[in-house]
Design a protein around this ligand. Structure first.
Ligand code: FES
Length: 161
């Protein structure tokens, strides 16, 4: 589960150290935001404000970067991110149907997180496994050509253990 940033001094301390160590890099912001997301699990407004203050830059600039890149999230995310490829090959080979099945099984819509905090459903561009289309990725694992709903349920079950 994502950590709750409010009143969590230890996490802010950790983030402060990251900012200190990176702020003199040429383009530090993306790297700092990436580490901040690892620390907190996501990038809520208050974390963005903290970074802005520490780096002495407008919070709007941070918000712009966070909303531009889809690997940053302003909402708490699940333990496992189910990334469905919506690149051309996967789209043609059935990504929309795969998304629909995942939405039904997980009972969430694209971009949402299951109530138990286990899964977040998102989309990505081509992950370089087009021959396996349609493809989805969970963590380091890539799954392709899953034909049936039962197979899909079986894959997800592995992550519930
Ligand atoms: S389009 Fe999906 S892996 Fe290439």
């Amino acid at each position: 589960m994502a950590n709750t940033p409010k009143n969590n001094g230890a996490l802010y301390k950790q983030l402060k150290k990251v900012i200190e160590s990176k702020k003199d890099l040429r383009e530090p912001l993306i790297e700092i935001l990436r580490e901040a997301q690892e620390i907190f699990g996501y990038l809520p407004r208050e974390v963005q404000e903290f970074i802005a203050e520490e780096m002495k830059i407008p919070v709007g600039r941070i918000y712009g970067v966070v909303t531009f890149y889809n690997f940053f999230s302003m909402e708490p995310r699940g333990k496992h991110i189910v990334n469905v490829c919506t690149g051309t090959a996967c789209y043609v080979k059935g990504a929309p149907r795969l998304i629909q099945q995942l939405e039904e099984i997980l009972q969430i819509k694209m971009g949402e997180t299951t109530e138990d905090g286990l899964f977040t459903l998102t989309s990505v561009r081509c992950v370089g496994a087009c021959s396996l289309a349609p493809v989805f990725v969970i963590g380091e694992d890539t799954y392709g050509r899953i034909e049936t709903r039962d197979q899909l349920i079986k894959v997800l079950e592995e992550y519930r253990k």
